[in-house]
Ligand binder design. Structure first.
Ligand SMILES: [Zn+2]
Ligand SMILES: [Zn+2]
Length: 263
């Protein structure tokens, strides 16, 4: 029981910070927040992602490139250009790492409104911190594991932040249903989205990346958007746009048009 509580809590806390801070805030600027709250989220990401801590700036750039070049050779992680989930993981890791170290120079137009706390990233984004978190997870497992097979989940705990991203980047570009007929492979995954708090409505999201609510149909509940509304209400963040209904028919093929939506 203790193992289950730890695993589920870790899953959703890590997902919360990646969805709210990395995806909805850093990559898509769907809302604003003070510099103080930004720091809170940086620290929250470090605590919940631990050994798989992701730089918000590098993630934001990587993800904006994904939206601008979806399913083309310039897409930093496309299942259409990967043989399997393993090569997609490697492709994503390399694209991310090259952006993080500056080997891939990303055009200035993608840099708008990216959260960046260089001093903190230096502390959190290195091998010493990752090994330290790895050791902490082993100690936690030592106390909560009651059956041998539970240890098999340790690699998932080590790489949770990366695995959350991979699940959407692979699964939601391969299997699922679409509400929008665009020229991309993005799909909605339901009922699996219960594990991803709205991030699984990926076809809806690709159609309109700046829209804060990823659900379109009445049954597509975006729990992450619920969190955004709550944080907006209590003053942690300020939502930029009031929700507008979008038509479920639009065809998007102009990449410049997509770029405008992304940023
Ligand atoms: Zn995508
Ligand atoms: Zn996105």
């Amino acid at each position: 029981m203790a193992f289950l509580i730890f695993f589920v809590l870790h899953w959703y806390l890590s997902l919360f910070f990646q969805s709210i801070f990395h995806h909805r805030y850093a990559a898509h600027s769907q809302f604003t927040m003070s510099k103080g709250w930004e720091k809170f989220f940086f620290i929250g990401c470090f605590i919940t992602q631990g050994s798989s801590y992701i730089s918000a700036k590098a993630y934001g750039l990587l993800h904006r490139l994904h939206h601008a070049h979806t399913d083309t050779e310039l897409d930093p992680h496309s299942p259409s250009y990967s043989k399997n989930i393993g090569t997609l993981l490697l492709m994503t890791r390399n694209s991310y790492h090259h952006i993080f170290i500056g080997k891939t120079v990303v055009d200035e137009k993608y840099h708008k409104n990216l959260p960046d706390w260089l001093a903190f990233d230096k502390l959190a984004h290195n091998w010493m911190a990752r090994v330290m978190w790895g050791a902490i997870y082993v100690v936690i497992y030592y106390f909560v594991v009651t059956q041998w097979w539970m240890w098999l989940f340790l690699p998932v705990t080590f790489g949770l932040g990366a695995l959350h991203g991979l699940a959407i980047n692979w699964w939601a570009h391969k299997f699922g249903y679409t509400n929008f007929k665009n020229d991309e492979t993005s799909k909605n995954i339901l009922p699996i989205d219960i594990l991803f708090w709205g991030e699984g409505y990926h076809n809806n999201h690709h159609e309109n990346p700046s829209r804060a609510n990823y659900g379109v149909k009445w049954y597509e509940l975006d729990f992450g958007y619920g969190m955004v509304l709550l944080m907006d209400k209590i003053g942690i963040i300020q939502l930029k746009k009031k929700l507008k209904p979008i038509p479920v028919i639009a065809v998007v093929s102009n990449k410049e048009q997509i770029l405008e939506k992304v940023i």
